[in-house]
Design a binder for this molecule. Structure first.
Ligand SMILES: Nc1ncnc2c1ncn2[C@@H]1O[C@H](COP(=O)(O)OP(=O)(O)O)[C@@H](O)[C@H]1O
Ligand SMILES: [Mg+2]
Length: 312
């Protein structure tokens, strides 16, 4: 097949938190597709869109690694929508799932309505300029429309109303206020209808959350204090529950293609869904590839399955 690997122009230009993982993923996917005998080539998504779309003529499949358009993360679902509307076969999640999962408040409302446990939460809207009533501490304050732990540091965990107000003020846009669940942190990878072995982020030292530094500053204390382990060293019943919740959450958001669902246990060991990530980082060194390897898949096998799932 002729396969265009679409990615962010912003990643070529130094990148942002949204695109930091993109280039290793682009190289990994291109190499895997070439080894499988496909004619694969990279195409940077950028404006004017006519030029981008013009380069996609005569391709059989678009491998969609686009996270931003000209650096704007809110345009990620719109690029996918454009590809869908123009009849391209595309890997990964559909545009409506991508749009939904960009907003932590909407996803939490939907999961809650579907009976899937999420930590208690509320939303602080920038335009209302007032702090919502909240007395459940410790809590965590997260930017409602960000990803990749952007805006998340140790200071995001607050112990009283004064700290809460300050953390909300630090968020650029709307802020999600959520009960801090202190237990184990698990990830479930999904490819098509396959649930991959559960992974765990093991915390050491003072580290208790996966902050921005933990994700994007290799060698930092935060990075060294957060070790991914797959398979997770958890009782089988907990792994089963993680799989069940991840699968239900993925269905609730209308997911297709591949995903990583993040979960965390409360002090009684009950799991809650933190996040549903459609089209998660596909770098050979990232979580999904690690989980696939534990399942006995090669990286090439993972990429081949994602191709097979595309546009079904
Ligand atoms: N309610 C919570 N309780 C405890 N830790 C949390 C909670 N929400 C987020 N975290 C921590 O912050 C990290 C990033 O939060 P997440 O909701 O996954 O946002 P992002 O989209 O930025 O990855 C999580 O991996 C976890 O370590
Ligand atoms: Mg996350």
């Amino acid at each position: 097949m002729r396969i265009a690997v679409a990615y962010d122009r912003a990643a070529d230009q130094g990148g942002t938190a949204d695109t930091a993982g993109v280039l290793p993923a682009v190289h990994g996917v291109l190499d895997a597709l070439a080894r499988a005998g496909h004619a694969a080539f990279p195409i940077a998504a950028c404006t004017p869109l006519e030029r981008f779309m013009g380069r996609l003529t005569n391709v059989d499949l678009v491998f969609n690694l686009v996270e931003t358009l000209d650096g704007r993360a809110e345009d990620e679902p719109r690029v996918a929508a454009l590809l869908e509307l123009t009849g391209r076969r595309v890997t990964g999640a559909r545009s409506d799932t991508l749009a939904l999962c960009r907003r932590k408040d909407r996803v939490n409302a939907l999961l809650q309505a579907a009976g899937i446990p999420v930590p208690a939460w509320t939303i602080a809207r920038k335009w209302m300029a007032e702090v919502p009533e909240w007395d459940d501490f410790p809590a965590i304050v997260k930017p409602a429309g960000e990803d990749g732990s952007r805006g998340i540091s140790e200071q995001s965990v607050v112990d009283d109303a004064v700290e809460l107000r300050a953390a909300i003020a630090r968020c650029e846009g709307d802020a999600l206020v959520q009960r801090f669940v202190p237990g184990r942190e698990l990830n479930v990878g999904i490819v098509g209808s396959v649930l991959l072995p559960v992974a765990e982020i093991e915390f050491s030292g003072a580290q208790r959350l996966v902050t921005y530094a933990a994700k994007w500053e290799p060698g930092s204390d935060a990075d060294l204090g957060t070790t991914p382990v797959c398979p997770a060293r958890i009782p089988p019943a907990m792994a089963e529950e993680a799989h069940d919740l991840a699968e239900r959450a993925w269905h609730a958001v209308g997911g297709s293609g591949y995903a990583r669902v993040d979960l965390r246990a409360d002090d009684l060991g009950r799991l809650h869904v933190l996040e549903v990530n459609p089209n998660p980082d596909l770098s050979p060194g990232a979580g999904l590839a690690r989980m696939a390897a534990t399942a006995g898949w090669t990286y090439d096998g993972l990429v081949a399955r994602i191709v097979r799932e595309a546009g079904r």
